[in-house]
Design a binder for this molecule. Structure first.
Ligand SMILES: Cc1cc2nc3c(=O)[nH]c(=O)nc-3n(C[C@H](O)[C@H](O)[C@H](O)COP(=O)(O)OP(=O)(O)OC[C@H]3O[C@@H](n4cnc5c(N)ncnc54)[C@H](O)[C@@H]3O)c2cc1C
Ligand SMILES: NC(=O)c1ccc[n+]([C@@H]2O[C@H](COP(=O)([O-])OP(=O)(O)OC[C@H]3O[C@@H](n4cnc5c(N)ncnc54)[C@H](O)[C@@H]3O)[C@@H](O)[C@H]2O)c1
Length: 476
């Protein structure tokens, strides 16, 4: 605690938003010896813990386990039990009770404050009418919300977003999904397995547009085999829901109409950057509304009269990588930097710059097949002018994949920078490929020369032997 007259309302640092990113940043700052207030308007733990990562993955795991079991001779017959799957999800989101998360914050030495925060001046934050001062820094970690586009009739139709789709206790008979990105594909996998008749309406020509083409194609094929109808190149035009809670119709360009019992809107995110008072202190938002920060997660141009930076942004609200693990990476770097600056220590330590994002963030899409990838796709590497060589190998080239499932299907790709002899991108598609991506991340971020990587021998008979096959195919 700093100061005396304002002793009850002053902290060294105030972190706004207690999602995973805000929590990690606050913890890191506190470990650096500073007092921290952590403000949350909804649930401590954030979107990720209650409406995004945790519930979606809790719902998907039984589906993956069942499919995996049924693909192995001798263990067929596993089946989904809907009530068990939903119960497991409820346990993972603690029935939307955040007391455990608040307990963690208190135990970690943080001061949790419940309420809506707004920046009202230099290092000053108001929370539901009470003003708090930060001696050193304010961190904006307010995350993002589901985007709901201005499609005629859409808002009036009360569409589901990830919030309803991850917490529902009922399974709609027919679910229309607007969008074909990560949220759409994962939640279509869930609801198709729970028994819904699912239709995906995506305006682009393919699913999972940010991944390698073969990944989106494999997921499309698998979803169709699971009974999902997929409309690509489909421009949604308007929505009708004459009776609240009744059937909902999505009209698509060309005269086609799709009817469902619920409509899930999964077309991206909107940063929670408005109504925070950011303009008044000189912070800039980019054209999509994300808070602009420099490479040290510091908001440029916002300084104390002494010239000290005091405003920072981390996580979804800065829009650099909308992923929990990448936000937490920013939070660790930012929290340590704030503590160093407060102590007058050297701020040039490279650890304060989360530079690995530039090389490409790792991501796992938990569809079946899974897609795990890091770094650049082949076309992104070519667009950057890198002299690339693309190496493709079917996943069943590794004996471990064949053991994992009868008739295992999947593909692995590395994108090699030929001038430097290092991998700049890697994608795996197939059952259980999630855990393969960290080795790829080490290769990409570590910029490990292929000639050195050749000496990293994968164990027999694991799926990791795909690395050996990729290097052999490359010519090593
Ligand atoms: C369905 C779905 C599944 C996902 N699955 C994954 C996954 O498997 N892996 C992965 O890496 N990423 C996943 N993501 C992305 C991930 O959820 C986000 O990247 C992550 O939640 C970002 O964390 P954050 O702390 O920045 O923001 P959030 O989790 O959004 O938390 C921000 C918090 O700030 C609070 N807040 C906002 N404004 C204020 C204010 N003015 N005052 C006080 N509090 C405020 C909000 O209430 C919220 O609790 C998924 C996203 C979705 C939608
Ligand atoms: N497993 C994971 O890591 C995971 C899981 C879910 C979400 N996320 C993160 O959350 C973020 C948001 O995911 P998302 O799926 O909402 O967004 P997204 O940007 O990944 O996909 C949105 C999709 O909606 C389509 N679209 C946009 N407007 C449309 C319209 N009017 N009609 C039809 N289609 C339209 C786009 O073409 C795109 O394919 C992602 O950036 C992702 O990184 C991560």
């Amino acid at each position: 605690m700093t100061g005396s007259a304002t002793e009850q309302t002053a902290y060294d640092v105030i972190v706004i938003g207690a999602g995973p990113v805000g929590e990690v940043c606050a913890d890191r700052v506190h470990r650096g010896g500073l007092s921290v207030a952590l403000v949350e308007r909804r649930l401590f733990g954030g979107e990720c813990s209650y409406y995004a990562c945790s519930p979606s993955k809790a719902l998907l795991r039984p589906i993956h386990a069942t499919h995996a079991s049924n693909r192995v001779e001798g263990s067929e017959g596993a089946r989904i039990e809907v009530s068990g799957v939903l119960h497991r999800r409820d346990i993972w989101i603690n029935n939307l009770d955040d007391s455990g998360q608040i307990g963690w914050a208190e135990h970690a030495g943080l001061v949790p404050l419940r309420g809506e925060a707004r920046i009202t001046g230099e290092r000053t934050v108001e929370v539901d009418g009470t003003t708090y001062r930060a001696a050193h820094a304010v961190v904006v970690a307010t995350g993002s919300s589901p985007a709901v586009p201005n499609l005629p009739g859409l808002r009036d139709a009360a569409p589901w977003t990830n919030i309803e789709a991850t917490t529902s206790h009922t399974v709609p008979e027919r679910l229309v999904v607007l969008g074909g990105g990560v949220v759409a594909c994962e939640l279509a996998t869930v609801y198709a397995a729970l028994g819904s008749q699912v239709t995906i309406v995506e305006m682009a020509p393919r699913l999972l547009g940010r991944t390698e083409d073969f990944a989106g194609e494999a997921v499309r094929k698998a979803l169709e085999e699971a009974g999902v109808t997929i409309l690509l190149d489909a421009k949604a035009e308007r929505v009708e829901r004459p009776t609240p809670g009744g059937p909902v119709t999505l009209h698509v360009a060309g005269g086609r109409a799709v009817e469902g019992d619920e409509l899930l809107c999964a077309v991206g995110r909107t940063p929670n950057s408005r109504d925070l008072g950011l303009d008044a202190v000189g912070a800039a938002l980019n054209d999509q509304g994300y808070l602009s920060v420099d490479e040290r997660m510091t908001v440029p141009g916002v300084r104390t009269p002494d010239g000290a930076p005091w405003l920072y942004g981390v996580g979804d609200v800065v829009g650099i990588a909308l992923l929990t693990h990448m936000g937490k990476y920013q939070a660790r770097a930012c929290g340590d930097l704030i503590a160093a600056r407060a102590a007058g220590r050297d701020e040039d330590d490279p650890a304060f710059v989360p530079y690995a994002t530039r090389l490409g963030s790792p991501q796992v899409v938990f569809t079946d097949p899974e897609v795990s990838a890091v770094g650049l796709t082949a076309s992104e590497a070519q667009e950057r002018g890198i002299r690339t060589r693309v190496v493709d190998v079917p996943m069943d080239a590794a004996a471990g994949a064949g053991l994992q499932a009868e008739g295992y299907q999947g593909q692995a790709r590395i994108v090699v920078d030929e001038d430097r002899g290092v991998i700049v991108g890697c994608t795996f598609v197939g059952q259980d490929v999630a855990e393969l991506v960290h080795a790829a991340t080490i290769a990409v971020v570590g910029e490990v020369p292929l000639t050195r990587l050749w000496h990293a021998v994968p164990s027999f008979p694991t799926m990791s032997e795909i690395w050996l096959r990729l290097l052999e195919e490359y010519g090593l």
